[in-house]
Design a protein around this ligand. Structure first.
Ligand code: SAM
Length: 350
């Protein structure tokens, strides 16, 4: 069986209460918040109703106007909602009026009957919709179909910034490295820009499977090589290294979170490896979101910190672009997005 990341199959203990639409949803929600597990027994919508009540219960008396408060609220919701289980039989959701999720067949060839938590099923469901429909990304002519657990950008300002930079690039185009490739968008832009060989790395095996499948589907297999590797792996001799790293300091709670959160020491480890493996005349391009600095007053900017504390790298140029606020955002998030910028840092060895 392929070594993909998937929600761990669970057993449901015999004494876990079964909830149906006959039960009062606020009472079910209260028991989930109080630490009790439950398993949905009739309709998919019974689970949705219980979780809507959990959300209402947790936000009714909470002040959610700071980053820390909304983080705590999300954590409380996560804990309560994952206590609600969903039965899977024959790799299908064993509830009436449920969505069909192809991932249950693809990711669980070794087990047919098990349980998952309701949010895990919701995650699998929305991922399946994206996979089936595909996502359109500026800079690519064809849609990508992100595999389960693969990061793909939902805002595109960094792609426009990278495209702008790539058009002005006049260096060698023999080999590029796209580190943390996710759905592979930057690797494909590099291929389209004429690099003969593009190595796309990610620590997440699902991301690498995602890129492999899309390259095959798009008939672009020549020239782009997706590999599971930490940062650059052992690769040397690239003319250009590109990295759009996770941008929020924090503890990733699993490999999927590693697209967004980075642990202490992450950037030090990256810059160390890049300085060792990078040719003297090569370029390192990093895309970065200024969001962390904006919402976390205490956060330091990892690229600025590298440049000021070490002479391993020097700045060639920095480009910036304001993030376009999405019309669907809440007013609070919109205010934060108004201040947010994406940055492109072009560095060379110091
Ligand atoms: C913000 S996403 C960027 C994805 C894609 N390059 C893009 O621009 O949309 C960061 C990616 O880095 C990957 N990643 C995190 N730590 C990594 C590491 N140590 N080595 C390689 N990839 C890593 C994550 O799995 C994720 O796919």
């Amino acid at each position: 069986m392929a070594d993909w990341i998937r929600p761990e199959p669970l057993n449901c203990a015999d004494d876990v209460p079964i909830v149906t639409r006959e039960q009062d949803a606020p009472t079910v929600a209260q028991s989930l918040c109080d630490g009790q597990n439950a398993c949905v027994g009739d309709l998919y919508s019974t689970g949705l109703a219980a979780l809507a009540e959990v959300r209402r219960l947790l936000s009714s008396d909470a002040q959610l106007d700071t980053y820390e408060a909304s983080r705590q609220n999300r954590r409380a919701y996560r804990q309560a909602s994952h206590r609600l289980l969903v039965p899977i039989r024959n790799r299908e959701i064993a509830l009436r009026k449920s969505p069909t999720i192809g991932w249950l067949v693809e990711l669980y060839p070794d087990i047919s009957d098990f349980h998952l938590t309701f949010p895990q099923v919701q995650g699998l469901n929305s991922s399946w919709q994206w996979y089936e429909r595909g996502v359109e990304l500026p800079g690519l002519e064809r849609r990508l179909h992100p595999f389960y657990g693969t990061y793909f950008p939902t805002r595109h300002d960094h792609l426009a910034l990278f495209d702008e930079w790539l058009r002005s690039y006049t260096g060698q185009k023999d080999k590029a490295l796209d580190i943390g490739t996710g759905c592979g968008v930057l690797a494909m832009m590099l291929g389209r820009a004429g690099f003969s060989r593009v190595l796309a790395t990610d620590t997440n095996p699902n991301a690498i499977e995602s890129v492999r499948r899309d390259l095959k589907r798009l008939n672009l297999e020549a020239g782009i090589e997706p590999v599971v590797a930490d940062f650059l792996g052992e690769e040397t001799g690239a003319d250009l290294i590109v990295f759009n790293p996770p941008w929020l300091p924090g503890e990733p709670e699993g490999p999927i979170d590693e697209a967004v959160y980075y642990e202490e020491g992450f950037f030090e480890r990256f810059f160390n490896g890049a300085a060792t493996h990078m040719a003297a005349d090569a370029r390192l391009v990093m895309l970065f979101s200024g969001l962390a600095e904006d919402v976390l007053a205490s956060s330091t900017h990892p690229i600025e910190a590298e440049l000021s504390s070490s002479s391993r790298f020097g700045l060639v140029q920095k480009l910036e672009r304001a993030v376009q606020p999405s019309s669907k955002k809440t007013r609070r998030r919109k205010r934060s997005a108004d201040r947010e910028k994406v940055e492109l840092w072009e560095l060379q060895r110091g």
